[in-house]
Design a protein around this ligand. Sequence first.
Ligand code: BGC
Length: 771
Amino acid sequence: MKNYIQADPWNIIEEGFDPRLNKISESLFSIGNGKMGQRANFEESYSGESLHGSYVAGIYFPDKTRVGWWKNGYPPTFDKVINSTNWIGIDIYIDNELLDLAKCQIKEFKRVLNMKEGYLQRTFIASLESGKNVKVNAIRFCSIADDEIGAIQYSITPVDFDANIRIVSKLDGDIANEDSNYDFKFWNAVSDRSTDNGIFLQTKTLKTEFDLCVGAQTKLKVNNEPAEKLKYIVHHKPKYIAEEFSLDVSKGFEVEIVKIACVESSLNYKADELMASCEKKLVDASKKGFDNLMNEQKEAWAEKWEQSDIQIEGDIKAQQGIRFNIFHLFQTYTGTDSRLNIGPKGFTGEKYAGATYWDTEAYCIPFYLATAPQEVGRNLLVYRYNHLDKAIENAEMLGFINGAALYPMVTMDGTESHNEWEITFEEIHRNGAIAYAIYNYINYTQDWDYLQEYGLEVLIAIARFWAQRVNWSQEREKYVMLGVTGPNEYENNVNNNWYTNYLAVWCIKYSQEAMKYVEENNKSRYDEILDKLNFNAGELAQWKDIEKNMYYPYHDRLKIYLQQDGYLDKEQWLVKDLPASERPLNQKWSWDRILRSNFIKQADVLQGMYFFEDDFDIEDIRRNFDFYEPRTVHESSLSPCIHNILAAKLNDESRAYEFYLRTARLDLDDYNNDTEDGLHITSMAGTWMSIVQGFAGMRIKNNKLYFQPFLPEQWNSFTFHIGFRGDILSIKISKGFMEIVNKSHHDITIAVVDKEYSIPASSSLEINLKV
Ligand code: BGC
């Protein structure tokens, strides 16, 4: 756990430079705009410890799988979002001495991530080895108003000497991934060019053949006047182009370097038109200039915050934590392109390869549904619809037939790209999360068109998979599901994981409800889908049989659902009895010992109780919570939020708060000692869920927003905004009171605990929660 980030409601602030923390800060201060993103690497050269990261969403490379013992069915490649042309580089030479913070004494270093306005700023004074001092103020952002544009304003002042300053503004495409298998480099050169409008570099990925063109225009001013008497050279190397400016600067004069970049790819343009299009866009952006681009950025972020901000009064660290999470979620995904998704580390590191996991459906959907326009959530669903054929192929590869779909556990383009058998072949519950997201989306938005147009096909294909994945047990006279891994990855190849069995049957039931809805409301579309899928009545009969005769492990004496067959045969330990020195288990114990132990990585039975809470009475939930939570080590960042929400439901306010704290500042305080690898983006949505579904108890019930709120005693109040079916509400929970502001143009009815309230258009209502 670290504690070096200063508390502030809107900014992430690091004061003083400690190179040992640099990789952590590079993650924390990352910037992005949904289409591209980068770690907070320095603009100037830095020879110290650093993880370079500059990523473009949707541009990936199928890296050859590295595996010890090949098994049939393994995906041959591990697809990853890759490091792409680094456009931020600006080397600075002072009288031929390279500015490199690893070789300087640094004073007044301050790094700020301004979350309200969406930019990164760094200021410092560096004493070079020659003893000369330079002062630097660098501001940078990836524009969320125009997601192909990024901008840097880098100001440097020789403090105590006249100097010759050489500035090398670079586009460097000769980059690699640290995690590349077999040390491959993923890019080939295509072309580079310099014109009056800037420098341009086009590269192409090997195998996938994505073209990327990056252009940059660099302009200089001295003491706010256009720089004169510049010497100018262009450097070309393979996959590299740079422009060099050299000028003599008097002591105390400020050189301001503005570098505006445009990043475009063949995802959106024809490869042979890319460079021209990039140049045109760069010219337009450069005409606007840094200040106007910055103003657009501030306005775009203001709009995002309007619907998504959460204000917490009385706890500045909690305030900073939740805004940090919301900010990074929007930096990672803006929902404008249904080909893109949310990697568990977003654009902040290489781990998890920028790929899509079940995290999106199980954790991120609720956040985007409530805080962004409806099409943002819809696009996340369409993403999976567009991968349906590949999910069917994936299932066929494993021996399934008749249009059954198994969505991948890890993917960039719909194909499975994970190669640990216990996950790839067994962690099949991800299929259920995809169906659950369709339910969640329709329940929230009432966008039934989605079901007819896309959702139903996905649901049928998923139900078909489950119907083939179960088998009839003669012994039990029930359907069983063998050889699976549940959400708790600390158990592999188990039989009858309760969560997976329950989810499978739920999918089968929900698919039938969905079929019925489409049949009743759009018969011709229904017939069209059934025809396309060759669906026959025999399948329905089989689904109903599974629904009726599925086996669910249950313990009669303890009255709990068993995580899997035989779970209670394990030696039963509680986490409180584990010495601190043995945790986290995944770093301290052998994998064999973890698998044999009863310790649970993350919510498993409880994940099911969270999804389907209305199926269980409160005492059922309490018994299962009280049994499983003490055995759970929460070594996935996705775990505490589910426990927070259930604890809140059980009115256990202090435990709910305890779980909230475990994710709210997970990265800011480097709780798990892994922030340097990148941020836990998908669990950030879980933190949002903890406040909105946990503390405020928000649900959709009877087609209305429902709340069962409480205020953590550490806070004076919290306020959040909810977009719901075209309306926006602001909700403030304070000591004993709840205030709802209806910002829409018509009346809204909501339920709080067991009463309904109507709030007229554009007005507010205060509810006394004590009575
Ligand atoms: C968790 C998975 C999750 C993955 C990516 C793993 O540690 O166990 O549930 O999908 O991380 O976030």
